[in-house]
Design a protein around this ligand. Structure first.
Ligand code: AMP
Ligand code: ZN
Ligand code: FE
Ligand code: FE
Length: 280
């Protein structure tokens, strides 16, 4: 039996995942994954640590990132794979996202304070020590949610999002985001491929149609929370448009229960197609 499995979507402590890059690689090894991509939000900071560890453990590690973008005021996530990690355009975009997040996170903290839930960046660091120790990576809403739980403002992360910091809730701030087109361009200029992340979460068909007219290279067709009939829809589109078929768990650790590492994956055929696309 061919037991090849590649999980191409997960998050480390360099963004809002709960495991360090080292722990992720060790877990990937333990559960028998053949290949992995760490796709932190808007940062590639996991890679200097992850690359030698993956080599040591015999796991094929594909450079990856999950960029936040906006299309008609809706947040769209784009996965990038196989970029040269020292590409100046890629590093510049990550740096711009870091600045965006700083301003955006402060705006959310100010809104929470205005709504009677005083919260500072120090409180956020206290409840997520991994981001404080690193001084790098991406700080995001899940870290703010954890600080809200620690302060007793909400019972859990889910409540923080559904009542206050999810899109369109009273304490949400998006900040200045980057367009889908410019993000695809930068992934391409860094030699990578651009993939539509978890397309089943884009509920607006008009936006799906716009995205499908853009120069994407692939679609994330396999995703744990995706019902099989949803997989079929994206597989059909990917095959029809001759796009790469990717998949992954979107594992974050305990902060997002029920999305285990390796719970979604692609097999050797789709993985080899991705590798071939990256060689061109
Ligand atoms: P940010 O990039 O800072 O805007 O945070 C986005 C991340 O927050 C997502 O990748 C998820 O991990 C998490 N997230 C978004 N919406 C929710 C929600 N409703 N409940 C729990 N986590 C969420
Ligand atoms: Zn996340
Ligand atoms: Fe995402
Ligand atoms: Fe993700």
């Amino acid at each position: 039996m061919n037991s090849f499995r590649a999980d191409l979507h997960c998050h480390s402590t360099c963004s809002d995942g709960m495991l360090t890059p080292q722990e992720l690689i060790e877990l990937a090894k333990k559960i028998g994954l053949s290949a992995l991509s760490i796709t932190d939000h808007d940062t590639i900071d996991a890679y200097p640590i992850a690359i030698p560890l993956a080599q040591q453990h015999g796991i094929t590690l594909i450079p990856g990132v999950e960029f936040s973008t906006v299309l008609e005021e809706t947040s769209i996530h784009i996965l990038g794979y196989g970029m040269a990690l020292d590409n100046p355009d890629l590093l510049d975009l990550c740096h711009k996202h870091k600045n965006r997040r700083q301003a955006r996170n402060q705006a959310i903290l100010d809104l929470l304070t205005k709504h009677g839930m005083p919260l500072t960046l120090d409180d956020v660091f206290t409840s997520s020590p991994s981001i404080n120790h690193q001084g790098k990576g991406s700080i995001g809403r899940p870290h703010i949610a954890l600080a809200m739980v620690a302060k007793g403002y909400v019972a859990d992360v889910k409540e923080a999002f559904t009542k206050y910091i999810a899109e369109n809730k009273p304490c949400y701030s998006q900040g200045v985001l980057f367009s889908v087109e410019e993000t695809i361009d930068i992934i391409h200029s860094a030699g990578g491929v651009a993939v539509i992340a978890h397309p089943h979460l884009i509920k607006n068909n008009h936006l799906v149609n716009l995205l499908l007219q853009m120069p994407f290279d692939g679609i994330e067709c396999y995703y744990w929370k995706c019902h099989p009939h949803q997989n079929e829809r994206w597989l059909k589109i990917a095959k029809h448009k001759n796009l790469l078929i990717t998949g992954g768990s979107d594992f974050h650790g305990d902060i997002k229960p029920n999305l285990e590492l390796g719970s979604s994956w692609i097999g050797e055929e789709h993985f080899n197609a991705l590798q071939r696309a990256l060689q061109h």
